[in-house]
Ligand binder design. Structure first.
Ligand code: NDP
Length: 303
């Protein structure tokens, strides 16, 4: 199997380089790749890349993920998040290849307290969410074989993330305020990459694309708020012997309105993952398991 991966240096792309390698020949690109273009701001060159590689599976982990910046960079966000994936979908259709793509909880308006299902009406609140939704529609409408994984609150051990920021701030500051009225599930890039590899194996074995082609919600099990997430991180750190100025009990819970940010965020990012679990016969671990593992890696590295 030949796999073409875009966005190899991002959180998910980095983990995909590991998880996809055993499946076959992997060609992995980032936006600065020189021999083959991996920059979505050049759609014709992206189409050329796909034709030159002629993969069985295209995996797209590239995206404009700066949610607030996207509000003032609408066209750039649209080029990377919507037009790029649309080109991949057209090329995948011509090659009869699979296209694996990641979307977001931000396609929903965040109303209510229920777990969103794949069939629920969408209603993005910001430019990022809108462009992610545009990509979904372009992929589905193209008629290519596709797996679209909608995920949320992605973190990775490599690079910066929410947990590392909370750890730093709790050591530096006397007071920490964190949002309590946005609910979701922190989801590890490693989990996303592993599930992607399992799903690709299952998908390419199917005789009919109708069996599995579609949109899936893919997040870790359970739910929390950003406040609950911060408390978990600090509690874990304290048990690991990290000296904190702000204890988990002292993290101040505040509403979303306490912060003035350019992009609106959905409050309810709960996702129902039943379709993914049943279709691929997989189980999703609780969010705490992955976050604890990531924290252990951070603490071990710093000792
Ligand atoms: P990252 O921001 O970590 O990585 C995105 C990658 O996209 C970057 O490494 C960047 O690579 C690449 N990129 C940016 N601009 C371009 C461009 N013009 N052309 C090609 N590549 C470009 O994202 P994640 O790994 O966190 O996200 C993976 C997927 O998951 C995305 O589709 C995202 O929308 C989705 N998602 C992420 C969430 C999150 O919380 N992070 C939540 C929900 C969904 P380079 O260095 O090569 O420019």
């Amino acid at each position: 199997m030949k796999i073409l991966l875009f966005g190899k240096s991002g959180q998910v792309g980095w983990e995909l380089q590991r998880s996809l390698a055993p499946l076959g020949e992997l060609v992995a690109l980032h936006s600065g790749s020189s021999e083959l273009c991996g920059n979505f701001e050049y759609p014709e060159r992206i189409a050329h890349t796909v034709r030159a590689v002629a993969p069985d599976v295209i995996v797209n982990a590239a995206a404009h993920t700066a949610v607030d910046k996207a509000e003032s960079e609408r066209e750039k966000a649209r080029a990377i998040n919507a037009h790029g994936p649309a080109v991949l979908a057209q090329e995948a259709r011509k090659l009869d290849a699979w296209l694996v793509h990641y979307s977001s909880d931000y396609v929903f308006d965040g109303n209510g307290t229920h777990r969103w299902r794949e069939t629920d009406p969408t209603g993005p609140l910001n430019v990022y969410g809108l462009t992610k939704l545009e990509a979904e529609k372009a992929i589905v409408d193209s008629g290519c074989r596709h797996l679209i994984f909608r995920t949320s609150w992605v973190y990775a051990a490599r690079g910066g993330n929410f947990a590392k920021t909370m750890l730093r701030l709790a050591q530096e500051r006397d007071r920490l305020t964190v949002i309590e009225d946005q609910i979701g599930a922190p989801t590890g890039a490693d989990l996303l990459a592993d599930i992607t590899a399992h799903a690709i194996r299952a998908a390419v074995r199917q005789r009919t694309m109708e069996a599995v082609s579609g949109i899936y919600h893919l997040v870790a099990a359970g739910e929390t708020s950003w406040h609950g997430y911060a408390r978990f991180v600090l509690d874990y750190a304290r048990h690991a012997g990290v000296v904190l100025k702000v204890t988990p009990e002292n993290v101040v819970a505040v509403p979303t309105s306490a912060f003035s940010l350019p992009a609106k965020r959905p409050r309810n990012s709960r996702m129902d993952t039943g379709k993914l679990r049943h279709t691929f016969d997989l189980s999703l671990p609780p969010w705490e398991t992955g976050v604890a593992r990531m924290l252990t890696e951070i603490f071990e590295r710093s000792t």
